[in-house]
Design a protein around this ligand. Structure first.
Ligand SMILES: NC(=O)c1ccc[n+]([C@@H]2O[C@H](COP(=O)([O-])OP(=O)(O)OC[C@H]3O[C@@H](n4cnc5c(N)ncnc54)[C@H](OP(=O)(O)O)[C@@H]3O)[C@@H](O)[C@H]2O)c1
Length: 328
């Protein structure tokens, strides 16, 4: 048998159930992966609530979770390029919160040996999205880039990627996370009342590009700062895309094993750090999504299905859960 998270009606975290199902069998074109770590993303809260029903309707009983890292345990008869035991990352359409995920072979890519599964698991969604946002604004050495939710799951990776491109990066965060952004080479500015004047004081020569990962007026702020729409990318403010013609490149633009490999290589060699705010057990899925919905924290939240089969790299431990991971 195999455990999985599902829900049979839209609603709050209480609709999520942990059920036992027969171990899935891979059909043509599919890879079966034993999931080690699955990543948690804010959009999954909206899917469960039915907020995206028009665009992405649920098919009940509906599984949960998209990006994961795990180990290949089987594949369909026509699938080539995979072997049982391969360590992989991938994007399962609402099926990652499970002991075993069935994934289209094109949505699975290699994970570097030695890279921790928690760091790798966040790459196909948050990592690829961060990559796409940075590619969209194409920062050059010497330029200054502003990232709106710089301590969030996507923002903390986007800020570092913009730094790696040679830009100066200023990121909005809460007071409690300022010092942690500094350690990643991102200059923090506290969000909230007075942000505009604080930002002006920090960047008297102006901004070259803006990566908005929060919505709620950051694109308007970028326009007020005189940033041209083609140097602004938002993944969270669709109305601003209509209003100003700014870019909206996101996960779909980074959805390829080639991009995942590029991002994972940066993590594996220590140039890109994946802060893990918390790790949860599958049994604690409701609590996990309540925390995700609160939109606070530094980096990513993930669900651990089993211990890493290999020792990991790339995660900077700091929380109660990640200290537990360290102890494993
Ligand atoms: N279009 C796409 O392809 C795509 C892909 C992925 C995500 N998204 C969307 O992009 C958004 C970001 O995703 P995520 O995973 O990065 O979210 P997240 O990790 O849940 O973001 C939480 C972060 O937001 C910060 N925050 C809270 N209030 C803020 C404010 N007023 N100003 C600036 N930062 C604030 C928090 O910082 P503190 O803890 O310091 O307060 C926290 O670090 C979500 O809306 C998500 O649905 C879109």
């Amino acid at each position: 048998m195999s455990r999985k998270i599902q829900f049979t009606r839209y609603g709050g975290p209480e609709v999520l159930e942990l059920v036992d199902v027969p171990r899935p069998q891979p059909a043509a074109g599919q890879v079966l992966v034993e999931v080690v770590v699955a990543s948690l993303n804010p959009a999954e809260v909206g899917i469960r609530e039915g907020a995206f029903h028009e665009r992405w309707p649920a098919e009940f009983p509906q599984g949960m979770g998209h990006d994961f890292a795990g180990v290949v345990v089987g594949f369909g008869p026509d699938v080539t390029g995979f072997a049982v035991g391969d360590e992989v990352v991938g994007f399962a359409q609402r099926g990652a919160m499970a002991d075993f995920a069935l994934v289209d072979a094109g949505s699975v890519g290699p994970k570097p040996a030695g890279l921790g599964f928690a760091a790798a698991a966040v790459v196909p969604a948050a990592g690829a999205t961060a990559w796409a946002t940075v590619a969209a604004v194409d920062p050059a050495p010497g330029e200054t880039v502003f990232v709106s939710a710089a301590s969030g799951g996507v923002g903390v990776l986007a800020g570092q990627l913009a730094r790696l491109a040679g830009a100066r990066v200023v990121g909005a965060t809460s007071a409690g996370h300022m010092h942690r952004l500094l350690t990643l080479g991102i200059e923090p500015v506290e969000y909230g009342r007075g942000l505009q004047s604080r930002l002006q004081a920090m960047i008297p020569d102006g901004l070259d590009a803006v990566i908005d990962t929060f919505g709620g007026g950051y694109v308007d702020l970028a326009i007020e700062f005189g940033v041209s729409p083609e140097r602004i990318n938002t993944i969270a403010d669709h109305a601003a895309v209509q209003r100003y013609g700014v870019q909206a490149r996101g996960n779909g633009d980074g959805m390829s094993p080639a991009v995942w490999s590029e991002v994972q290589a940066l993590i594996a060699d220590g140039r890109l750090v994946v802060p893990i705010e918390a790790e949860y057990r599958l049994e604690d899925i409701a609590r996990a999504y309540i925390d995700v919905a609160n939109r606070r924290g530094f980096g990513k939240r993930v669900v651990r299905l089993r211990p890493d089969p290999t020792s990991g790299a790339g995660v900077r431990p700091h929380s109660r859960q990640s200290r537990a991971e360290q102890a494993r």
